[in-house]
Ligand binder design. Sequence first.
Ligand SMILES: Cc1ncc(C[n+]2csc(CCOP(=O)(O)OP(=O)(O)O)c2C)c(N)n1
Ligand SMILES: [Mg+2]
Length: 340
Amino acid sequence: MATWPMISVMGGDTSHVSCTDEEALRIYQDMVVLRAFDEKTLTLQRQGRVGTFAPSLGQEAAEIASAHALEPMDWIAPSYRDHGALYVHGLPLDQVILFAMGRSGSYAAGVRALPSSIPIATHLLHAVGLAYALRQRAEPQVAMAYFGDGATSEGDFHEALNFAGVWQVPVIFFCQNNGWAISTAVSHQTHSETLAQKAVAYGIEGIRVDGNDALAVYGVVREARERATEGGGPTLIEAVTYRMGPHTTADDPTRYRPSGELEGHRAQDPLIRLGQYLAGRSILSAEDQERMAADSRDRINEAVARVEAMDPVAVEEMFRHVYQVMPNRLARELRDWGAN
Ligand SMILES: Cc1ncc(C[n+]2csc(CCOP(=O)(O)OP(=O)(O)O)c2C)c(N)n1
Ligand SMILES: [Mg+2]
């Protein structure tokens, strides 16, 4: 069986769309923000100030560099872990934090992002629909769905790839293969050697990239975007990364992760790798790194303080944005809450 190549740019492959030093620095900066956001949110969750939360530790390159490769008028369909992609795509930090706190007001008008999908893989179909609409309207943009390795076992994944292929719409399926779907390892998820090769069955491009190599991720998403906007159809990208933290704050990975596995992945920490790469090009010093980390922590602390100073959420907020016209049973429930 042919092995599927894994694209890596930091190792010296120059055949892909390259990222300027300025863009690479912006990606690094946003990866630092995401790591600081994760750390703060985990602390807040332990204090009962944030609900269940899915951290991105270890996946920052995949999440941030992919979003940097898009244009503001592209659509994204994120999953519950993709706070960083939402932030890069224009959702203000305060609103990202509101979402983590399970509060209303976590959307910004004009930001082309769907609400984060908690159901696995349902939003891939929505992304295909968005891409179909973009083409109908002759808008030269793409839609990109973010999802995990576990999502590739859902029927929705296969339906989405099938119709994307049939219709040749400008959609990118960005799969972060982080090794695990909660406690299910990828090897128990599929007998395919790679996830990228699943594209072949649907007649679309399949790309496998080192998801901890921010420059490679940026390059392949940029290329997929160009292909899609030029009428070349959809792409499935498998970004091979590793979830260094728990699935969510409700999970304890020590119960299923083989001992030593996490340690083996530490050397691939995407933030350290990009930091070293930029330092090697003399555009990022140790002081810059410390200053960025401190600035990010300050910005997040300030955003949390602003959000926590907001008025408590009104009960009726729970009922809004669900139906255009509220069904009677919900109206009754709302009355029973004494909110009306
Ligand atoms: C349709 C559906 N089935 C089951 C679940 C429960 N569930 C939540 S996360 C998850 C694992 C998803 O793993 P993966 O797609 O690899 O994404 P990751 O969390 O690793 O980013 C499951 C099964 C769900 N949210 N939706
Ligand atoms: Mg996963």
